[in-house]
Write a protein that binds this ligand. Structure first.
Ligand code: F6R
Length: 256
């Protein structure tokens, strides 16, 4: 079962997640981080920046990227990662990869898998979850064993992400995303969820059946998962009291 941490709000959640990343980087300065984009991880990057750690040796792999946006488009995940992660955290830009950032799209998935393997695998993967239950851009129906590949976005996800664009029709129809199998290979998954809109998807991911119809449920197959959710996102969790109790009664060595 995942460790589920229920927090007051996204600020507290970001600080818990930043603490996990900081602990990893203190132990392993060249740790490999899996980087999510979107609104959810922003408070984590902000909290991590405040810790003022030397992150210059950290390597990073973005979860996903839109297909079809011009290079340098402000909403491409390459731009978002540069602006919101690499800059504020003072990561070394050359150490941070985004899917399809070099070479032809046809082989970009295999190339990315190879690059992650060459880096020794992802140590800690930060994840958000979409209303459709997607993690990365693995929409419902994605194989639980899938690897990095090009996918078609659902209309629900395009509608949700329209807030980042001038008009809904500018949201790309395709993306390239790490697969669910890729995500499962990371050593530690940290899934963040904030706000009531995420409550059904989060409950399905944490406590529902493992099914490709709710891709986030694949986290139940991973041995080392931390879910950090605010009260609103946690509202539909059946075992919330147990999670709170387990978190509050952590043993000393679990609190470092
Ligand atoms: C982003 C990603 C997506 C988002 C999800 C939630 O790299 O892979 O799975 O995490 O769409 O988006 P927000 O955080 O904007 O609600």
């Amino acid at each position: 079962m995942a460790e589920v941490v229920i927090v007051k709000d996204s600020i507290e959640g970001g600080s818990v997640a930043a603490g996990l990343i900081a602990r990893l980087v203190r132990r392993k300065p060249d740790a490999v981080l899996g980087l999510a984009t979107g609104s959810t991880p922003l408070s984590t990057w902000q909290a991590l920046a405040k810790l003022n750690l030397d992150l210059s040796k950290v390597r990073g792999f973005a979860l996903d990227e839109y297909v079809g946006l011009p290079v340098g488009h402000p909403q491409s995940y390459r731009s978002v990662i540069s602006r919101e992660v690499v800059g504020p955290l003072r990561l070394t830009p050359e150490f941070v990869r985004v899917p399809a950032d070099s070479g032809p799209l046809e082989t970009a998935g295999d190339d990315y898998e190879q690059a992650i393997r060459d880096a020794g695998g992802v140590d800690l993967q930060v994840l958000g979850i979409g209303r459709t239950g997607h993690i990365g851009f693995n929409e419902p129906g994605s194989s639980l064993a899938s690897l990095t590949r090009v996918k078609t976005l659902t209309e629900a996800t395009r509608t949700d992400n329209a807030r980042f664009f001038d008009s809904p029709d500018q949201v790309p129809t395709h993306c390239i995303t790490q697969g669910l199998g890729t995500i499962l290979r990371a050593k530690h998954l940290v899934l963040l969820a904030f706000g009531a809109a995420k409550a059904p998807a989060l409950a399905g991911a944490v406590e529902g059946p493992v099914t490709s119809s709710l891709p986030g449920s694949v986290i139940q197959l991973h041995p080392n998962v931390t879910v950090i959710a605010d009260e609103a996102a946690a509202a539909e969790l059946k075992f919330a009291d147990y999670y709170r109790n387990a978190w509050n009664s952590r043993l000393d060595w679990e609190r470092d």
